[in-house]
Ligand binder design. Structure first.
Ligand SMILES: Nc1ncnc2c1ncn2[C@@H]1O[C@H](COP(=O)(O)OP(=O)(O)O)[C@@H](O)[C@H]1O
Ligand SMILES: N[C@@H](CC(=O)OP(=O)(O)O)C(=O)O
Length: 453
């Protein structure tokens, strides 16, 4: 059957819990097939698989330990295979992928070569997309398992590859659009390829970003993010049980939330959506009937407080030099070094002779860039202090810098706690605090009671 692709186009993305097992995949297949506009489906690796692959790519292990982790992944994949009505259709391909995974996991250079690590990390999505194609195929004839590496061109920054938008657009028009006219396309999130065809990955949680990039490239109307919660909540429901789903959010609010720790969305997801004005829907694949959150350019309401987020494991760096009193160029010198080492700074506070800034815990960063060399370079002209054990709590909303009483209400709710850094005023959508990690749960809960309950 040929489909009229001039009609509305929806891209649906399913996260790891949504494709965790055969039954969960069946629910996703029903969601996809219930909407004629859905022609492209982006899937993450089945829950737990990427963590297993990351452990083999980053941690020195004995042969026996590697074998155990490979077995654990194989168990997840074959459990799905065994429930298929016609497993023989994909069994050979799955075996090939499992063999590739084992070869990479046992490769003597796996801990030292970033290209091999990314190839290993890509295996989860390559297996889940194969199996999910088979599940959809049980209910629908025309299904293609499309290798996203043919279109998702990135640079060669393995582990955090940067997508090359123009090339993705050209390749998607050339290679992907013709496919959606013929069949339902199932493809992999998180994975890309550089110009030499080497496999890359977009960073943890990057499947949302893939869906948004493909939606942008093909000018889709809607990008659906199906996960394990019924939308984006006022805060992580795992922290505050009274958190509730938000019916709507603006692109800016969603981008702030994602950047400051709302794991439900990858931070880069909103950029393509904003550029092409593509509506993003977030809902639960377990309970699609409950609706979800619509993220769009213009919301009906723009409340001063929309949500609270938390980002864990922050590092605070303070650089200080009395010689810079009344001198110019101190900040420039500091940030030149930061930029050279490709560190991403979130919060900044300054005084005449010192500047403090926060970074994600470098242990979480693939490149581990807050290394001795960065510190040594800063130490050539200032004292450097690195402190850890902090979390970043952010209140996201609208017109926060101009609405009266916003800060006093927030400060009243956190008055009992030590706030190590406060950032407010640079944009209308957030106020952030750096707090001791042991206080952050109570702080989020207290703020949530005060602002939303
Ligand atoms: N504001 C929020 N709203 C909803 N979920 C949130 C929020 N902040 C954090 N989360 C967490 O994000 C989780 C979903 O993200 P994730 O586990 O990455 O899903 P997926 O595997 O589907 O991509 C939820 O289970 C929830 O605990
Ligand atoms: N599988 C990858 C990419 C991803 O986006 O996963 P999820 O959608 O389950 O967060 C990861 O775990 O990082």
């Amino acid at each position: 059957m040929e489909v009229d692709v001039t009609q509305a186009l929806t891209i649906a993305k399913f996260g790891g819990t949504s494709v965790a097992n055969y039954e969960a995949m069946q629910k996703c297949a029903r969601i996809v097939l219930a909407n004629e506009a859905t022609r492209i489906v982006v899937v993450s690796a089945s829950a737990g698989v990427t963590n297993h692959l990351v452990s083999m790519a980053h941690t020195p292990m004995t042969q026996e330990q590697i074998s155990d982790v490979c077995d654990a992944v194989e168990e997840i994949e074959t459990a799905i295979l065994s429930k298929l009505a016609q497993p023989e259709q994909v069994q050979g391909k799955l075996e090939d992928l499992l063999t590739e995974m084992r070869e990479l996991a046992f490769h003597e250079e796996i801990l030292h070569r970033d290209d091999l690590k990314d190839q290993l990390l890509s295996m989860g999505e390559r297996m889940s997309s194969l199996l999910f194609s088979a599940v959809v195929n049980e209910q629908h004839d025309a299904v293609i398992n499309f290798d996203v590496r043919k279109v998702l061109r990135t640079d060669s920054e393995f582990g955090e590859a940067v997508p090359q938008l123009e090339t993705i657009h050209e390749l998607a028009e050339l290679l992907l659009r013709p496919e959606i006219e013929k069949a339902m396309v199932i493809t992999q999130g998180f994975v890309g390829a550089d110009e030499q065809g080497r496999t890359t990955t977009l960073g943890r949680g990057g499947s949302d970003f893939t869906a948004a990039l493909l939606a942008e490239a093909l000018q889709a109307d809607v990008c659906e993010i199906w996960t394990d919660v019924t939308g984006v909540y006022t805060t992580d429901p795992r922290i505050a049980p009274n958190a509730h789903p938000l019916p709507e959010l603006s692109f800016e609010e969603a981008a702030e939330m994602a950047t400051f720790g709302a794991k439900v969305l990858h931070p880069a997801t909103m950029e393509p959506a904003l550029r092409q004005d593509i509506k993003v829907f977030v809902g639960s694949s377990r309970e699609p009937e409950k609706g979800g959150t619509w993220i769009m350019r213009d919301c009906e309401h723009e409340p001063p407080y929309r949500a609270i987020t938390r980002r864990k494991e922050q590092v605070m760096v303070t650089v200080k030099t009395p010689q810079m009193m009344y001198a110019q160029g101190f900040l420039q010198q500091v940030f030149t070094i930061i930029a050279k080492h490709k560190l991403s700074v979130d919060l900044v506070t300054t005084s005449e002779i010192s500047v403090s800034f926060t970074l994600d815990n470098p242990a979480n960063s693939v490149a581990q860039r807050l290394n001795k060399q960065t510190i040594a370079e800063l130490e050539t002209f200032c004292d450097v202090k690195v402190e850890s054990g902090y979390d970043l709590v952010t209140v996201v909303g609208n017109h926060m810098q101009s609405a009266k009483g916003v800060s006093s209400k927030i400060f009243a709710a956190v008055s009992e706690y030590n706030l190590r850094m406060i950032c407010f005023g640079a944009n209308p959508h957030n106020m952030s605090f750096l707090v001791n990690e042991n206080d952050s749960t109570e702080i989020v809960q207290g703020l949530h009671r005060s602002l939303f309950e």
